[in-house]
Design a protein around this ligand. Structure first.
Ligand code: ZN
Length: 532
């Protein structure tokens, strides 16, 4: 005789951000999209536009959505924002538990959040949540493969999974899989009348890789991630996941991790250790997705090339990975090019966040000239704010840039032409006042951190993705519209908060030995398997 089953009761909460601890930018409440209650469920496309399986999943549980906050990648999260969301999540869960016990909790996170004063932010958050929901509730999470799996996080979660593709084309598929596995485990537990936890295993692999080396479009990541489906088809294994980890935070938890879970403890441990050894075997084989070089070398190549437009990624300050979005290393480099100053080569720099310059451009209006100190307000590393005289050529206000402006950089007309333009004389006389003429360089400034990844963002400012000879963009790998527009492309290894050259960043708190900081790491063995 079995009693009629009730639906499992599953709470949902999380804070999702990827934070570089090497950028001076601090992320705050304004950077986040916060959802509360039922609107959290609207975030999941598999619920909103239900497939048959999504509709079934929607009906398979009683969901208790509490709070979800997500932001674009940025810097360390301000403690007051974290503390206030933490309190709200705990209050919401206390209320939920007081009404009726929970069977499951879905921890919807990225996994590379950093918070002021915390070395393991997600571990801190889930520990506090566990104290409220208790040890019997099954906890499932679905993460970005650039998140970190600390032992604290692993111990607190029962079912962990992450993306299997970079770029992350499977983000929603992964959350749907993670939620489905949680609901199924909670359903079994409800039927059994006690929590039925899967066996789980964690193996860390001490390697840190920059994101631009871990695209699953290229080897060895294609084959490494390609192994996962076969492992999950084994008897007793439900899921196997490979976290690359997050290289731009300086914390002991930052490293690659393999987690597996399922019904058969031995099979789960074997699968985790096997994939960890496969990652170890290719530890020296990861390469950048595009030809790389210093910015100077990339620009020289671009100027000399026949390929137009020639795109260059300013990868060290890529806001999509957490860069400040306002370093001026590339802007200063473009201004130093004689070909660009003369206008023989046209160049577009998109974009730098600079609210002061943007406001000034809006005050001046299209067609007006003004003096600007561009960039270097958040990340002031060399060369800092760049002084230019520029003409406002376009203005726009829309998301995600906020106010934005295109500035045509001007230069004093050179000697020969100045003489040709009229009676010259000693500088300083009114007749000899410098005449400012356009250079080949246009710069886009924005009020908010943003990335010009899509064609429509260029169009709003009447810019062409293919018009300029050289386009410098604060990105890592090019997104599809950019890739289609570029006749050629280099990944410039520029300085910044997400420097792709990890050795320049100055990590101190990470575990050692760690590739690439040390030449070699030991092969994972059964002794490295953490069980649960
Ligand atoms: Zn990622």
């Amino acid at each position: 005789m079995s009693t009629p089953h009730r639906l499992p009761r599953i709470a949902i909460a999380g804070i999702a951000i990827e934070s570089s601890t090497f950028t001076p930018y601090l992320s705050g409440e304004a950077d986040f999209e916060v959802r509360r209650g039922a609107e959290i469920l609207d975030r999941y496309p598999f619920f909103a536009e239900p497939t048959a399986s999504g509709a079934a999943l929607r009906q398979a549980a009683e969901y208790v959505p509490v709070l979800h906050a997500r932001a674009l990648p940025g810097g360390v999260l301000r403690r007051e924002a974290y503390d206030s969301w933490l309190a709200e999540i705990l209050d919401g869960l206390r209320d939920a538990v007081a009404q009726q016990p929970l069977d499951g909790f879905f921890f919807d996170i990225h996994g590379a959040m950093s918070v002021q004063g915390l070395q393991d932010a997600e571990g801190h958050l889930i520990t506090a949540i566990r104290e409220v929901i208790g040890p019997d509730v099954l906890v499932g999470t679905a993460m970005d493969l650039h998140g970190n799996v600390s032992e604290t996080l692993f111990d607190a979660c029962d079912l962990m999974t992450c993306y299997r593709h970079a770029p992350h084309i499977d983000a929603w598929e992964t959350r749907e899989r993670g939620l489905r596995d949680l609901v199924e485990a909670a359903t079994v537990s409800v039927a059994a009348g006690h929590p039925v936890r899967p066996a789980k295993a964690l193996v860390h692999v001490p390697i840190l890789l920059p994101g631009e080396k871990t695209s699953t479009r290229i080897e060895p990541a294609t084959s490494l991630y390609g192994r996962i489906p076969a492992l999950t088809e084994r008897d007793g294994v439900t899921d196997v996941s490979c976290w690359i980890g997050f290289a731009w935070a300086d914390q002991p938890r930052c490293k690659a991790a393999i987690v597996a879970f399922g019904d058969d403890a031995a099979a789960v441990e074997d699968a985790a250790l096997e994939l960890a050894r496969e990652l170890w075997a290719v530890r020296h084989d990861f390469v950048f997705v595009a030809p790389t070089g210093t910015f100077e070398d990339c620009l020289q190549e671009a100027v000399a090339s026949d390929a137009r437009p020639f795109w260059i990624s300013d990868s060290g300050d890529n806001p999509g990975a957490g860069g400040a979005d306002d370093t001026t290393y590339c802007l200063a480099g473009l201004l130093a090019s004689a070909e660009i100053r003369r206008g023989d080569v046209s160049a577009l720099m998109v974009s730098l966040v600079d609210e002061v310059s943007t406001v000034e451009a809006w005050r001046l209006g299209v067609g007006a000239d003004g003096d600007f100190a561009i960039g270097g307000r958040i990340d002031a590393r060399e060369p800092g704010p760049v002084q230019v005289r520029a003409r406002v050529v376009a203005l726009d206000e829309s998301t995600p840039t906020g106010h934005a402006a295109v500035l045509q950089v001007l230069a004093v007309e050179d000697g020969d032409e100045a003489e040709a333009a009229g009676p010259s004389g000693a500088s300083g006389s009114s007749a000899g006042a410098p005449r400012w003429v356009p250079t080949g360089l246009q710069v886009v400034v924005t009020a908010r951190r943003s990335q010009f990844a899509t064609a429509d963002m260029f169009e709003r400012l009447a810019l062409s993705m293919t018009g300029p000879d050289v386009v410098v963009v604060k990105m890592g790998y090019l997104e599809p519209d950019q890739y289609a527009a570029a006749a050629d492309w280099r990944l410039a290894l520029t300085p910044g908060g997400v420097d792709q050259d990890l050795l320049r960043l100055g990590h101190e708190a990470i575990d050692r030995p760690m590739i690439p900081f040390d030449a070699e790491i030991p092969e994972p063995t059964a002794a490295d398997v953490r069980r649960g």
